[in-house]
Write a protein that binds this ligand. Structure first.
Ligand code: LMR
Length: 398
């Protein structure tokens, strides 16, 4: 049966971790995958998470099956976090939120749902986008197109190009948008630009699918969620938001995400939810308990929530400090052209390094970055900054 099966290339992001783990050099640095590491190179266990975990362990909870769509306290808290506590859509019963296996699970379940409902399953993703967007939608049967997004000359958004491309899409096309901390470029839209995009999506009958994997990693929970509220306020009757707690709660391996589908009225929303449950039942039946219980426990306690927001703020500030540290060191070495790294939002920097330069970083220095030149700034530390800056400087000078 498998005699003709040929090896396919490893995942462009997660495959880097395998290569990094196999590298025996003591100086190696993994700037590939999007994970926040602390000064000691460890993935932090947030104090708010530790506290709720202790409480849950002491309570000795039984581990029955969760409902197909997940833990209700988790989905309710997520809805409020993503749409805002005062959301009119939520009050009108127009948001169906489902616990999913990470943000990737939300994307895939959402894509499966749309593939069933759309006359032509076409999605437009930003150029560039997270490597997995194309693969996830492709696997759900979508035709995947690009829309202009990044301007390599300014290291910012080519907004006119983006609007022009969106305006050419056929009505009913799904448009995948990054709410904040654009992955991989770190180049985000301003709120004024979001309003223009939302108006265009409505006018053209395009379907917004917002991926929000980094809420709280740029400016704060409410600020980073602005895109969702702007799309809601534009009066678009149906759209989707996929969100993830991997980064914001440092709960990567717990796979805690959610899919929120907005439909035109409460009746439609209920019907949509029944389809989502059917999709999930045929893939993994129901989600797992632990990660969702942690997030629900923290968000449901005003004391733990405040502690979490404080810890999230500390991660955010430290990433900004790492950005300036890198920029300053590169400037000291004589490479001020990297100053733009300071302006980018979130975990990543689209460094502008070519595939060959990335390869050289890996071969000569044991520094792992995504082939497109994306580096994870949140994986740097004050200990690795000098080494990484020197290496980036050297490869950039050929
Ligand atoms: C990333 O882009 O590195 C993260 O979102 C992790 C992943 O699954 O790719």
């Amino acid at each position: 049966v498998f005699a003709h099966v040929e090896q396919v290339p490893g995942d462009p992001i997660l495959g880097l971790t395998d290569a990094y783990n196999a590298d025996s050099r003591a100086t190696k640095v993994n700037l590939g995958v999007g994970i926040y590491y602390d000064e000691d190179g460890r993935i932090p266990l947030l104090a708010a998470v530790r506290k709720i975990e202790e409480q849950l362990a002491a309570a000795g909870r039984p581990r029955g099956y969760l409902p197909i769509d997940g833990l209700a306290t988790y989905t309710n808290a997520t809805r409020a976090l993503v749409f805002g506590a005062e959301s009119e859509l939520v009050a009108a019963g127009r948001v169906a939120t489902t616990q999913t296996i990470g943000g990737s699970g939300a994307l895939r379940v959402g894509a499966e749902l749309l593939a069933q409902s759309l006359p032509h399953a076409t999605v437009a993703i930003s150029n560039p986008s997270w490597e997995n967007h194309r693969a996830v939608f492709g696997a759900a049967g979508f035709t995947v197109k690009d829309y202009t997004y990044f301007d390599a000359a300014t290291h910012g958004v080519d907004f006119d190009g983006m609007l022009a491309d969106l305006a050419k899409l056929e009505p009913g096309t799904v448009v995948l948008l990054h709410a904040c901390c654009h992955n991989p470029t770190g180049a985000d839209l301003s709120q004024a630009q979001w309003k223009q995009v939302a108006a265009l999506l409505k006018e053209r009958g395009l379907f917004p699918f917002i991926d929000m994997a980094y809420q709280g990693f740029d400016k704060g929970i409410a600020e980073d969620g602005a895109a969702v509220r702007i799309v809601a306020e534009a009066g678009i009757d149906s759209f989707i938001v996929a969100n993830s707690y991997s980064k914001s709660f440092s709960l990567y391996g717990e796979r805690v995400g959610a899919l929120s589908v907005v439909a035109a009225d409460a009746g439609q929303t209920k019907a949509v939810q029944s389809h989502i449950k059917r999709i999930i039942r045929t893939i993994y039946s129901s989600p797992s308990t632990h990660g969702a219980a942690l997030v629900a426990g923290v968000l449901g306690s005003s004391e733990l929530r405040a502690l979490w927001e404080d810890e999230l703020g500390q991660m955010r500030t430290r990433i900004q400090d790492l950005r300036s540290g890198l920029v300053n060191k590169l400037a000291e070495l004589g490479a001020p052209e990297f100053n733009f790294i300071q302006q980018q939002a979130g975990m990543f920097s689209y460094s502008g390094l070519s595939r060959e330069q990335v390869e050289k970083l890996r071969q000569d220095y044991g520094i792992y970055a995504v082939g497109t030149g994306r580096i994870c700034v949140a994986a740097l530390s004050s200990k690795s900054l000098d080494y990484v800056a020197k290496a980036v400087y050297e490869v950039s000078r050929g």
